[in-house]
Write a protein that binds this ligand. Sequence first.
Ligand code: CU
Length: 302
Amino acid sequence: MQKLWSVFFGLVLTAIFALCAVSPWVGWWLPQNVSSYGGDVDALFYIILAITGVTFVITEVLLVWFMYQYAYNPQRKARYVEGNHRLELVWTVATAAVLLYVAFTQVNVWENIKYQGRMPEPSLTVQVTGRQWEWHIRYPTPLDVFDQPASLEKPMAWAEAPEIDDVRTSNELHTWVGAKVRIYLKTEDVIHSFGLPNLRLMQDALPGKTIPMWFKATAANTQWNEAAGRCEEPADASRRWEIACKELCGGGHYRMRGRLYVHPNEDDFRAWLTYRLKAQSSHEPEKTPSAAGTPVASNTKE
Ligand SMILES: [Cu+2]
């Protein structure tokens, strides 16, 4: 009877392992990667998964085997074991070596994504502010005072000093394929986390701080439709790329979601941004949003 428990334990573990093994083929795996550095992040994920996965399987097999072999037996006396210094030394050193290996393997990827000094010169600067429970997103104006195309790159000081002709959206981040996007992330209230799973990018927003982050998208999922006054939705739902708050930030945390729109090129993006600029400078007095997260009057077309 005692041995049955080990069999049951082993069967549950085998079922869990089988579920993990099939998940990449049934769509329960990583979302599509559309980031220039996403491949490096995924490679680290697989290295760590391989190390922890193999260790997990070995320890669980041993555990089940010991449970079976040494199930309770009233005839057997417990043995007094003092420990084994050599064995303890071996597994301490081996664990330290694995951790050091992971630490050195990840350092370059981390620097490329997170170090300010390594961030490329942006082709587009965006300022994102989290608040309970939505993302406010601010772009530089696409037109200068003579209605000529203006630079979309702004210094960090712009994150602190909004300009009157900046373009604002709620919960919608737009960019184009190949653009090096610099984001200055802020929060108005509590800690939020700006998460873009398809870009393999996540950053906490901390009260009182302005935090730079960057990415370059490698695939498009929308196109500006000037006649309809909206961005085309991708037919395939898996190409609707999500922005999600990844820090539990209050009762409405679950609806603190947004969308990432990647236009095919800069002209298409500028056409959208120009439309939004004109819409927001000409619209009627703003209506009160009916609920947090609902776009204001100028956004109702989408
Ligand atoms: Cu949040």
